[in-house]
Ligand binder design. Sequence first.
Ligand code: NIG
Ligand code: FE
Length: 393
Amino acid sequence: MTATLITGIGQLVTCDGSGPDGLGLRDDQAVIASDGVINWIGPAAAAPAADTMIDCAGRTVIPGFVDSHTHLVFAGDRSAEFTARMAGKPYDGGGIGTTVAATRSADDDQLRSLIAGRVAAARAQGTTTLEIKSGYGLTVEEEVRALRLAGEFTTETTFLGGHVVPAELAADRAGYVDLVCGPMLTAAAPYARWIDVFCEPNSPHAFTAEESRMILTAGAAAGLELRVHGNQLGPGPGVRLAVELGAASVDHCTHLTDADVDALAGAADTTVATLLPGVEFATRSPYPDGARLAAAGVSIALASDCNPGTCHSSSMPFMIALAVRELGLTPAQALLAATVGGARALRRTDIGAIAIGRRADLAVIDTPSYLHLAYSPGMALTMALDPDSRERQ
Ligand code: NIG
Ligand code: FE
């Protein structure tokens, strides 16, 4: 067993729920991790000896970000689509087909190296846990391949065969839903923890409430846990379906009725509302009202949704800055949503906070306080730090 002493911490932000804002701020503290798990937190002056030492030189230490929603398995480039949107073209999910074609034509080594680069970029911004979805394969073989490759980087793999109806089956939606619920699910389930669906009647490419229900119910029967893309492009059934089926998270939550907010508040112990403000940034859509959700008592997570279409960024500090500037969350609420909120969205109690028994997945911010995550957007401030972590994700 190797013990690492992490000392020289300026501000320790535990996100352990204590204190007036739940941030659990502590001064003059040190942390000891053994084999990647925190086993001592206390006054730096009283720290016991350890095998190795990391000196943070007065920097701020926070839990590593838990990015509970990404689509990192893809090839190709859609920067032209982004540019067209900035000139006023709306997003309707149609560009997903472009990425499906590019991803299918990439070989395993190309895809693996693209994912590795994206995981490294996320870590450089302080992310220590990533969920990764399939959804740009949309055949049995391609979805399994995407999940197998995602599984090389994370245990939080999500089967998203229900992303859109692929072009070759556009005339046979029912046939595609049967494929997703049948042979594709059977083949994908061993490689996935989660199943997700793009429940969006406002997009001609995505799935209706009934189609989404079939996909999620089949996934649950195959032993997968549920997540939902819902209420992204307009008001819709996604949130209420997610709550009804006990999904761990419903993601986007951009267009919510009062009934949706009530449903989420009533289900706060089960279903997290995951906000993805990078999507509104990159699609020129109205931002979700985070303050309204927080005031209603909804359990909130913040994630990147990093994908080639609606948000080509995995920067959690950027998402925090947007959450504070555009969603109305306080800096404390935004940081909690990006750490312990993401952990809750993944039903994980071993990450997301700095506490005894949790994994020593930390991020160091080269600033005097966590406030700089929102105050200093676009600055290179963070890096992941997970001493002795045997399993990265
Ligand atoms: O979460 N909304 C559905 N899926 C992705 C976008 C995928 C794409 O456009 O490639 C999202 O925004
Ligand atoms: Fe997404």
